[in-house]
Design a protein around this ligand. Sequence first.
Ligand code: PPS
Length: 286
Amino acid sequence: MADDYVWFEGLPFPVIGYNAEVIKEVCTKFVIKDEDTVMVAYPKSGTNWLIEILCLVHSKGDTKWIQSVPIWERSPCLETDVGYKWLNEREGPRLLMSHLPIHLFPKSLFTSKAKVLYIMRNPKDVLVSGYYFWSMTTLSKKTESLEQYFKWFIQGNVPYGSWFEHIRGWMSMRHRENFLLLSYEELKKDPRSTIEKICQFLGKKLNPEELDSVLTNSSFHVMKQNKMSNYKMLPETLIRNHFSLTRKGKCSVFPYERHVSVAVVLPAGTWGKLIQCWRGGWFWRW
Ligand code: PPS
């Protein structure tokens, strides 16, 4: 069991690219600057889609950056060994991403004016996406079946722990001015309006042609073809089977406009809650 993950503070992390000492340093020492833009998500919630959008917004629709630099270098993952190193070396405003739950996030975030974008996705699709992702890579403990992975997911015995706790924790930030809550489902349903909302939040003004380019070049089909974004450049040692990050890119349930699963507001840890989401869809409104 202990070899299946890297453990830090009772939370499981992937075994490759992570180190408990580095994660500890990230949590206790990393300084978020006011000018940083931080993207946070539970794994498999649309993190890379959001990164692609932000990179395109940043370059006003110009595709040079997204076609020449791997996505993990454009927006490094804070808690990985290499991401932490790159971010510490980077000067000026930084784009960074993290899957950390709020209680482990560097405390400097909470006093900074950095813009934070949190993207969530319905737990059923997160679960299925995670099942394929972790099965196809060597980053984490291999699952034998979807049923087994389902059990682990409910128990929080998957990389980054409980989806329920992650969402519940970060939800506490939702009334802050520098926090934008997004969902995979709203991005899928109305990408143009959602991208406009992101631009407004970031204070970026794009003309209609620039916005069109962001929309087109962050679409599922274009991202699937972009080797800098589809993870096809991952070293073979990390890949178990034929692998692409851009697997299906679909929503199995469409939400209300502003929503969170009822699972989030109930105590986590039982089967019933996920089954409720599964059967009833993604149905909580605030
Ligand atoms: S990771 O590895 O945790 O950072 O994965 P993450 O990027 O959060 O999520 C991967 C899922 O996002 C889908 N994806 C997209 N959907 C729609 N449009 C675009 N452009 C897009 N890019 C990535 C990707 O296909 C994964 O979902 P599944 O359901 O597995 O297809």
